[in-house]
Design a protein around this ligand. Structure first.
Ligand code: NDP
Length: 325
């Protein structure tokens, strides 16, 4: 099969297209023909060596495709089933093996390219709203990178719940996308960001900041949060946040800061099924309207990483691997 290898830790240039033997499913596993592999920041962090990984390896934790073979003991799936996953390894490949209990059936109304490049971000948006923080109707929240993959899903879902959303973006084009997703107010990054957010909230600040940008925005996130509010630091698109003196949370207004990761919100099978069901139902019912932002062929994985890391994407990003190429 064709697959992408991370040959060594480094920049996008370490992603190589290689031919590998087809994998076979071990007991409890399922062999899936990959239609679309999601391209996520976790892939870039591992490729760069910021998160642990041991090259050479096939990257990619997310995707969607069709079941081609069942390992021993798998009884609740059939060959041909359309499935998606968001915590399996080696998804940048034509074939992948996934533990059966981590596969989700994809509803007929949802195409595999959408499922394969939005499940991880969709479940992230879900736990950010119902897990890391619990904003409710009438609250005002700030979402950084509002036109991004997580940002646009989170914005739309929050707005649909009656939450007032302020977002940050870097360009006029992204501002239009963020407004279309449901942002009530869109501001640009910059020195006056905190002042703008304070002006938009009668000086109070927002109840929750969702910060997936990290180093470049974290200080402003703290400063834009209302007394007793929460900063949810969930990513590091601009680099990791340096160590923080906890006393700053006191002086900024008895703030809470959390640094969550999706794995801890989907480890329990019932919680995984609940979050996935809510996400797919929101897609089917039109509550969410997720468009694949950028789709690259498998052999352009380097370009996909470059685009994601250089802010040249909006919405979700995926690799077209299989039939819907
Ligand atoms: P995005 O589509 O949001 O892409 C990142 C965006 O961040 C860019 O498009 C850009 O938007 C903004 N950005 C601001 N500064 C920079 C910078 N210096 N370099 C690059 N981008 C910058 O990505 P995702 O939706 O895939 O992920 C968003 C964040 O969420 C990431 O940090 C990721 O690691 C995190 N994440 C965390 C999870 C968790 O469970 N903790 C799970 C999934 C994702 P603009 O041009 O408008 O500034």
């Amino acid at each position: 099969m064709r697959a992408i290898h991370v040959s060594a830790h480094g920049g996008p240039e370490v992603l190589d297209l290689v031919d590998l033997p087809d994998p076979r499913p071990a007991p409890g596993q399922v062999l899936v023909a990959v239609d679309t592999a999601g391209v996520n920041f976790i892939d870039t962090y591992r490729r760069a060596g910021i998160y642990p990984s041991s090259p050479p390896y096939v990257p990619g934790v997310e995707g969607a495709g069709e079941v081609v073979e069942l390992g021993d003991g798998v009884t609740d799936l059939r060959v041909g089933d359309r499935v998606a996953w968001c915590d399996a390894d080696a998804s940048y490949a034509e074939l992948v093996t996934v533990r059966a209990e981590r596969l989700l059936p994809v509803p007929a109304e949802v195409d595999l390219s959408t499922a394969g490049s939005s499940l991880l971000r969709g479940l992230t948006a879900h736990y950010l709203l119902d897990g890391s923080a619990h904003p409710t109707r009438g609250d005002t929240v700030l979402i950084h990178a509002g036109a991004g993959g997580v940002g646009s899903i989170l914005t739309r879902w929050a707005a649909r719940r009656g939450i007032r959303v302020i977002t940050t973006v870097s360009s006029a084009e992204k501002e239009a996308l963020s407004r279309r997703a449901g942002a009530a107010e869109v501001v640009r990054y910059g020195d006056d960001l905190v002042e703008r957010v304070r002006d938009l909230t009668d000086g109070v600040g927002v109840s929750t900041v969702y910060d997936g940008v990290g180093a470049a925005t974290f200080d402003q996130s703290l400063a834009a949060t209302a007394v007793r509010g929460t900063v949810v630091l969930f990513g590091a698109a601009s680099g990791p946040v340096p160590p923080v003196d906890l006393q700053r949370l006191n002086t900024a207004g008895s703030l809470s800061v959390t640094r969550p990761t999706l794995a801890h919100f989907i480890a329990d099978p019932a919680e995984f099924a609940w979050r996935a069901d809510e996400f797919f139902r929101a897609l089917v019912d039109g509550v969410l309207d997720v468009k694949v932002g950028r789709r690259f062929p498998l052999d352009a994985a380097r370009d996909a990483h470059r685009a994601l890391e250089s802010r040249a994407t909006a919405g979700t990003t995926g690799l077209a691997v299989g039939r819907s190429r």
